[in-house]
Design a protein around this ligand. Structure first.
Ligand SMILES: [Zn+2]
Length: 256
């Protein structure tokens, strides 16, 4: 009872917004975001981020204690940064650990454009995916150097053993102007900043059925995951709601 009372008083006296530890984390997260997109962002003041074109955008929506579903369907910029992404080899994700699936749509639409208006398409460039193994043309966004980074990913994967790199081609796609199945929000494929690898090596949480808990499955080689992460891409295999052929450019979650 005393503990409960104390907790109540603490909640009144120290609301989260004034907790110094929380404030530091918020600053660190926003610093990381600004560092991750140097071409687009110039800074932040803890409340807003500033784009190089002079636009300011609020980092928070003022809604506290949002549920997982609320964050998935209406993420603020801070929500987008909240869940830590584990680098390297990792265990099966805990329930609802989906680092990267909270995306602030206004942020990414401003960054890469709106695929419905042709703005994303105007920034597409062609790269050759795995020139030594598959060698087909793929169109990706040039914004944030995504095309150049994917070229580096491609060159690194091309050096792997044939049995390992077989998971990386033929690719299932890059640009797709459609929302994510379970969120209604635009996928990173809508910005041409994500790539789906070989469908035959792929596992997807929705294919496992909508049970109480989702059994984890993966056939994507760790060597391929490591290469993508080195170049600024996160992997959908690290999500509780996993999508193991999926990689998207999210350097804000990889910077340390
Ligand atoms: Zn995908």
């Amino acid at each position: 009872m005393r503990i409960a009372l104390l907790a109540t008083r603490m909640a009144v006296v120290l609301p989260l917004a004034f907790d110094p530890a929380q404030a530091q984390t918020r600053t660190e997260l926003l610093d990381r975001l600004v560092r991750a997109y140097p071409e687009a962002l110039s800074g932040h003041d803890g409340k807003q981020i500033f784009w190089r074109d002079g636009t300011a955008m609020p980092v928070d929506d003022g809604i506290e204690d949002k549920s997982f579903e609320q964050r998935l369907r209406g993420a603020s910029i801070l929500d987008q940064l909240r869940l830590p992404y584990p680098l390297g080899a990792s265990a099966a994700p805990a329930a609802n650990a989906d680092p990267g699936r909270f995306r602030n749509e206004a942020f990414f639409r401003k960054m890469y454009g709106d695929c419905h208006t042709g703005a994303v398409q105007r920034n597409l460039v062609t790269i050759t995916w795995l020139p030594r193994s598959w060698g087909k043309a793929v169109q990706v966004t040039r914004i944030n150097g995504v095309a150049d980074r994917l070229k580096e990913v491609s060159a690194d994967i091309d050096k792997l053993e044939p049995a390992i790199k077989a998971a990386a081609f033929p690719i299932a796609g890059v640009l797709s102007c459609r929302p994510v199945a379970d969120t209604g929000k635009m996928s990173m494929h809508g910005y041409a900043a994500a790539i789906d690898l070989n469908l035959r090596y792929s596992d997807y949480w929705l294919w496992a059925g909508r049970g109480k808990s989702i059994p984890y499955k993966n056939r994507m080689p760790q060597a391929i995951v490591d290469i993508f992460e080195r170049h600024g891409f996160i992997w959908g295999g690290k999500w509780y709601h996993y999508d193991t052929m999926h990689f998207e450019y999210r350097p804000e979650l990889l910077a340390r």
